[in-house]
Design a binder for this molecule. Structure first.
Ligand code: ZN
Ligand code: FE
Length: 240
C-alpha cells in the first residue's frame, strides 16, 4: 500500500514523499527544493526510486536534477511537456501506469492550470497527486488551459471516490476558504470545514491531504455543475 507524507518546501508548496509499505520503494512528487526534500528522504531511510512531476512550473520541478543526481532515481513526467521538463526517464500520458514497489499508479491528463499537467492516482492507498489542478477548497488558475478543460479534469478526480486522499501542491486552503464562503454562503458543510481548516492552521498543522468527501461537499470548483459556472467562479476568484 502507498502512504503519502507531505514535505513543506519553498513558501507554501508541498512535495509528497510516497512509500510502498511492503517493499520500502520510495518516490518524491514535485521536489522543487533540495534541502528539505533530501532531509525527508534521508529520514525515511535514504532510498529514492522515482521522481514524479505533475507539471513544468519551477515551484514543482526546480530540485529535480539535483535530487536525481544524489539518489539515482528515475524521473517520470508528461510526454506532452517533455520539452520543458527536466530530462525524463519515463514519459507518460493518459491511461499509462507507473509502478512503485507493489503499487501501480494511473496517469490522468488534467489540463487547465497548464496544458501538459498530469496527475497520478494510486488505488492501493487511494492517494491522488494532483499538483496545481485541484486544491483543497479551490482549483488552479487557468494559466494555459480553459474552463472546459479544468471542468473535465475535476470530473476525473470526483469520480475517484470519497476516501481519496487529495495530495495537492500548495497550502492555499485557508485563503481558498475565504472565497468559497463568499461564493457559497449557504453551504453548511463548507462553513464547518472552513472552521476545521482554521483550527488546523492556527495550531500550525497542514490542511492536507484532504479527503475527497470533504472536497465534494465543500469545494465550489469541484461542485460546479457545468463549465459556465466553473468559468464564472474561476474569474471571480482571480479578482477576489
Ligand atoms: Zn503551477
Ligand atoms: Fe505551483
Amino acid at each position: 500500500m502507498i502512504t503519502a507524507h507531505l514535505v513543506p518546501i519553498l513558501s507554501d508548496n508541498y512535495a509528497w514523499l510516497l512509500r510502498c509499505s511492503e517493499t520500502g520503494a520510495t518516490a518524491i512528487v514535485d521536489p522543487a527544493e533540495v534541502a528539505p526534500v533530501a532531509a525527508a528522504i534521508d529520514a525515511a531511510g535514504g532510498r529514492l526510486d522515482m521522481i514524479l512531476l505533475t507539471h513544468h512550473h519551477g515551484d514543482h520541478i526546480a530540485g529535480t536534477d539535483d535530487i536525481r543526481a544524489r539518489y539515482g532515481a528515475r524521473v517520470v513526467g508528461a510526454r506532452a511537456d517533455a520539452h520543458r521538463l527536466p530530462k525524463l526517464d519515463q514519459q507518460v500520458s493518459e491511461g499509462d501506469t507507473v509502478t512503485l514497489g507493489n503499487a501501480t499508479a494511473q496517469v490522468f491528463e488534467t489540463p487547465g492550470h497548464t496544458r501538459g499537467h498530469i496527475s497520478f492516482y494510486f488505488p492501493d492507498g487511494q492517494v491522488l497527486l494532483c499538483g496545481d489542478t485541484l486544491f483543497s477548497l479551490g482549483c488552479g488558475r487557468l494559466l494555459e488551459g480553459n474552463a472546459a478543460e479544468m471542468f473535465e479534469s475535476l470530473k476525473k478526480f470526483a469520480a475517484l471516490g470519497p476516501d481519496t486522499l487529495v495530495c495537492c501542491g500548495h497550502e492555499y486552503t485557508e485563503s481558498n476558504a475565504r472565497f468559497a464562503l463568499h461564493a457559497d454562503p449557504a453551504n453548511a458543510a463548507l462553513a464547518a470545514y472552513a472552521e476545521q481548516v482554521k483550527a488546523w492552521r492556527a495550531a500550525g498543522k497542514p490542511s492536507l491531504p484532504s479527503r475527497m468527501a470533504d472536497e465534494l461537499a465543500a469545494n465550489p470548483f469541484l461542485r460546479a455543475p457545468d463549465v459556465a459556472t466553473l468559468a464564472d467562479l474561476r474569474s471571480r476568484k482571480d479578482k477576489f
